[in-house]
Design a protein around this ligand. Structure first.
Ligand code: AMP
Length: 214
């Protein structure tokens, strides 16, 4: 099964992607995670992406399309995938379609996680993560056992710099202007499905399983 997950930052698509990928043995590819790792390691890709990310802007389409094309042609997405955070613009969506067609791969569904702006701002201002194992936490919805420490490895929890309020507002604006239009693209392809994301992670996961037949 090949899926793309759409939704504003903080809509829970990353959390759900991790769970579904594990259950259905799919490759989970978060372009945000790949880019953050590249920034941390100071690679060419990281240098290209860093400024855009810190301002809450999108990294240029050509950079992302190259990245995905490379993964597709080297077979790293064979056997089924969830793309989490890609595509994010209409040119990325059409680029993806072209790349998939060239490799005779079919996209089964585009799953949209629907969450309102107020809830997003609340969630992102409480979001923390473990820099070591990437586990996510949320104050007050999902607290670690020991305050400020990861349950898995005791590392000190951190916040994402782009979760600061001013940057979040910009990311939401970017989402509305640049990413929302791809819902129409996938509606046109008859593969768009929308999930009410403003519920508990377990409830959302159950709806997701119902949608993808897992
Ligand atoms: P995320 O973790 O998905 O919220 O992504 C964090 C940041 O990485 C975004 O705000 C963008 O700057 C960048 N990014 C991730 N995926 C993409 C994409 N498909 N196109 C452009 N920029 C992206």
């Amino acid at each position: 099964m090949n899926l793309v997950f759409l939704g504003p930052p903080g809509s829970g698509k990353g959390t759900q992607a991790v769970r579904l990928a594990e259950k259905l043995s799919l490759v989970h590819l978060s372009t945000g995670d790949v880019l953050r790792d590249a920034v941390k390691r100071g690679t060419e890709l990281g240098k290209k992406a860093e400024g855009f990310m810190s301002r809450g802007e999108l990294v240029p389409d050509a950079v992302l399309i190259d990245l995905i094309e490379n993964l597709l042609t080297t077979g790293k997405l064979n056997g089924g995938f969830i793309l989490d955070g890609f595509p994010r613009t209409v040119p990325q969506a059409t680029g993806l379609k072209q790349m998939l067609d060239n490799n005779a791969i079919r996209l089964d569904k585009a799953v949209l996680f629907d969450v309102g702006d107020q809830e997003i701002i609340k969630r992102l201002s409480g979001r923390w993560f473990c820099p070591k194992c990437n586990a996510g936490y949320n104050y007050p919805a999902k607290l670690p056992r020991v305050e400020g420490r990861c349950d898995n490895d005791d590392a000190e929890l951190q916040r994402r710099p782009d979760d600061e309020e001013a940057v979040v507002k910009n990311r939401l604006e970017v989402y509305r202007k640049q990413t929302r239009p791809i819902e129409e693209f996938y509606r046109g392809e008859s593969i768009l499905t929308s999930i009410e994301g403003q519920r508990s992670p377990d409830e959302v996961f159950q709806s997701l399983l119902d949608e993808v037949g897992g």
